[in-house]
Write a protein that binds this ligand. Structure first.
Ligand code: F6R
Length: 243
């Protein structure tokens, strides 16, 4: 895993934006794997600014998001579908038909099968990841096994606590979510993990220095041939190796 060390969140966002902009310039029909959460917000803003200023085009790009809350309609302001339009898609020229976020409503098995089929036919060129403080990627929570494909998960209390800031109250946070599996994430040709802030320092140390285990889902990234971790100094502060 290559680690790019940056000073702070702003630099991490710039670094990650640069990687994605170059990817789209080099391969205009790239298939992007995208994430939500706080981490990519500034990076997405930079992609929008770049599109406006430099006209980097996403007209031939396809995107597949990692996850979606179970039970939330795409128009719900806390749905990841809504998040993606607000933070990125409304500000670039990606086509609606090329945007894919797991469907939060309807039949669980049908939704998972459909997403898995699309992902099998559209291998991801570059996957953006953030990390939960419990080591989750997408909504692959700490578990006894690595799940391979898109599935519906019970969110852990840790994740519910972390995400309640986006809702009016904890009760409103959905208890389940759809997520791409670890197998699908690992099949992306390139993975970019962005980590910022000292509250991620403990888990980032476990990912970089600890064993590969489904108890720390992101630790599997060690087995991927092309992972770039963009991390700021606060996030790297507990690593034994000096960054
Ligand atoms: C969201 C996702 C999650 C987040 C993680 C970190 O699509 O895949 O794994 O990346 O929960 O969230 P933030 O960035 O809010 O700390």
């Amino acid at each position: 895993m290559k680690v790019i060390i940056v000073e702070n969140y702003e630099e991490a966002s710039q670094e990650a934006a640069k990687i994605f902009i170059n990817q789209v310039k080099e391969k205009p029909n790239s298939i992007l794997g995208l994430a939500t959460g706080s981490t990519p917000v500034r990076m997405y803003e930079l992609l929008r600014e770049d599109h406006e200023k430099n006209h980097t085009s996403y007209k031939d790009v396809k995107s597949y998001n990692l996850d979606e809350y179970f039970g939330l309609d795409a128009s719900h302001p806390q749905s990841y579908h809504y998040f993606m339009y607000k933070n990125l898609f409304n500000g670039i020229d990606i086509k609606d038909e090329n945007v894919h976020v797991p469907c939060g409503q309807g039949n669980i098995q049908e939704n998972c099968d459909e997403y898995n089929k699309m992902l099998a036919e559209n291998p991801i060129d570059i996957q953006l990841l953030g990390i939960g403080s419990n080591g989750h990627i997408g909504f692959n929570e700490p578990a006894d096994v690595f799940e391979e494909y898109t599935h519906c998960v019970e969110l852990t209390q840790n994740t519910i606590d972390a995400n309640k800031r986006f809702f009016e109250s904890e009760e409103e946070v959905p208890r389940k979510a759809y997520t791409m599996g670890i197998g699908t994430i690992m099949r992306a040709k390139r993975i970019v993990l962005v980590v910022s802030g000292e509250d991620k320092a403990d888990i980032l140390r476990k990912v970089i220095e600890g064993p590969v285990t489904p108890k720390v889902p992101a630790s599997i990234l060690k087995f991927h041939p092309y992972v770039t971790i963009v991390a700021d100094k606060a996030a790297l502060s507990l690593c034994n190796k000096q960054y």
